[in-house]
Structures are given as C-alpha cells and as structure tokens.
Design a binder for this molecule. Sequence first.
Ligand code: UDP
Length: 329
Amino acid sequence: MKVLVVGGAGYIGSHCVRQLVAAGHEPVVVDNLVFGHRKAVAPEIPFYTDHLGNVDAMRKILSEEKIELVMHFAAFAYVGESVEKPLKYYDNNFIATLRLLEAMLAEGVKKFVFSSTCATYGVPPSLPIVETMPQAPINPYGQTKLDVENALKALAHSDGLSFAAFRYFNAAGAATDGSIGEDHNPETHLIPLVIDAALGKRENIKIFGTDYDTPDGTCLRDYVHVDDLSRAHIAVFDKLATPGTGCFYNLGTGTPYSVREVIEAVEKVSGKQVKIVEVERRAGDPPALYADSSKAKSELGWKVEFDSVEKIVETAWAWHSAHPDGFGD
Ligand code: UDP
C-alpha cells in the first residue's frame, strides 16, 4: 500500500517507515524537519518538507503520490512546554491535524492511523489501563491528542473515514541494526538520559521523586519498543478496509518498571555505574501508568517482541553508544 507518513523523520515515524518497507509497503514521507532528522529516512524514499497544515501542499502530495492511507506522527510532545505554551500545542497538534484531514477528505483518502497517547487518560482510576477507562488529560498535550481522537470519531460518522488511534505508553529503544534511534533536542526521556550519564555526557541522572506509593518509591512506567509500536500500525491495515471504522488501542507491554529499575537495566547493559541524584517530584507525573494491551493482541494479533526493559535498553545503548551525537545534524 502507498502510505503517507507525516512526521516520518521523527523518532517513531522513522522506525515505522522502515517497518513499512520491510512489510512490502511504499512509504512517502512528509516532515518539516523541525524535530525530524533527514538522515533518519533512507534517501530512496520520497520526501517532502511541507507543513502538514498546508492544505494545498498536502492535497498535491496525496494526489500525485496516489496515497491510499495516511499515518500521522507529527506532533509537539513536551508535556511541560504544553502547559507553558498551550497555543503552540493546540495549533500544531490539533488545528494542523484538522487541516491534514481536510486535505485527505478533499482527495478522497479515507484511511488514517493516528499517534495518540496514554496521556489522554490523565490519572487513571485503576491499573492496568484499559481503553474503555475515562479520558481526562491533565495537560494540554494530552488534551490536543484527545481532541483529535474525538474529531476522528465525528469524521468516521460524517464522511466514512476509517481510522485507528494508538495510545502509546513509553516509547523507547532503537532499530536493532543500530541504523536509527532516538535523537530529541532537548531530551527529556528517562532511558536516553540515563544512557547519556553512562556515556559520561551528563554528570548524573536525577530521580524525580522517591516518595511515591510504589514498591521502591519511584514512578512506574510501561516502556515499549519503538519497533513493536510500529508493527501495530501496519497490523491494523485490514481493519481499515471497512469505511467508517474507528478503533482505539493501548500499546504497552503491560509490565511496569520503576525509575530505579530502568537505571539498573542501563547499568547492567552498559557495564557502567551511573551517579544518581534524588530530587523533588516532577510536576504532573502520575505515580504509575501501565497498559492492558489485550485488545491490540486479540484484534490485531499484535505481539511484543521486546518483552523486558533490558532488551529495549540493549537496542538503545547500541544506538547511543555508536552515535553519541545522534544524527549529528
Ligand atoms: N524521570 C526521572 N528523571 C529524568 C527523566 C524522567 O526520574 O531525568 C522519570 C519521570 O519522572 C517518570 C519516568 O522517569 O516517572 C519516565 O519519564 P519520561 O519523561 O521518560 O516519560 P513520561 O512517562 O513522562 O512520558
């Protein structure tokens, strides 16, 4: 299938592009390179740097490339920044996505795969999180993703759009051949930061809060490999054949790891000791988030290949230790 990957030069998008090629599909990438990396996408893949909110540009690409399905990964994803600058997040993550959908409908492209997030649940009433739980985001980032989910439901009803929205837990890891990986600027995620400390690029790793009501006092999260995430996006294609289908899936391994356990995994994989500094809680961090992904498993046949944080960290370590400056751009 001819697939337009919006945000295809970003972290998850670029891994998905590789999985699409491996599965025999033909990806075309749109990425304005604000956060994406040109080197994250193989040179032979058609690449456009237009903004997803430019309806005329998107219509042209959709029609000239004969696109059948759109995957959308392009979003700002810094929770703290979304609280400081909500307009930036509503504008890019919500309004620009509506423009992309407008272009799609104008060109008769009615299959859409959307990157959503567990941040749409806010603080869950119980764990693990299932898709039917109430969604009450506690920051503008999560709200913009939920707003898109709701717009998709309306468009499925009004225009026969078929869509899947994947609610990611903590995406982590890198391609197993070491060719691409995570390169955020600034980096805020735990695993790459601990690896930076192991590589001597940072003096220490700060643990944000050690007084949570969890077994070791630090937050629990569900780390899921970026290639496992990507495979779900392709496994859902058959479901989208029926016009007006809308589906939502959690994507996580279901196994929670504490911040201390992640640090230990990096120490074990790297063979380096990391200096830990215990600091105050980070605002807006729920104590524990982990997924029940049985819906994706039963409906899509989705399987988690990287079933421990150590296996995920091994791939991340291989990428970061071989590319200490990321893509170097
Ligand atoms: N965390 C930490 N120190 C850091 C970065 C993150 O203790 O330097 C903690 C954070 O409080 C959270 C977990 O690691 O409990 C995962 O954070 P991350 O930012 O990677 O993902 P999030 O769960 O916020 O999406």
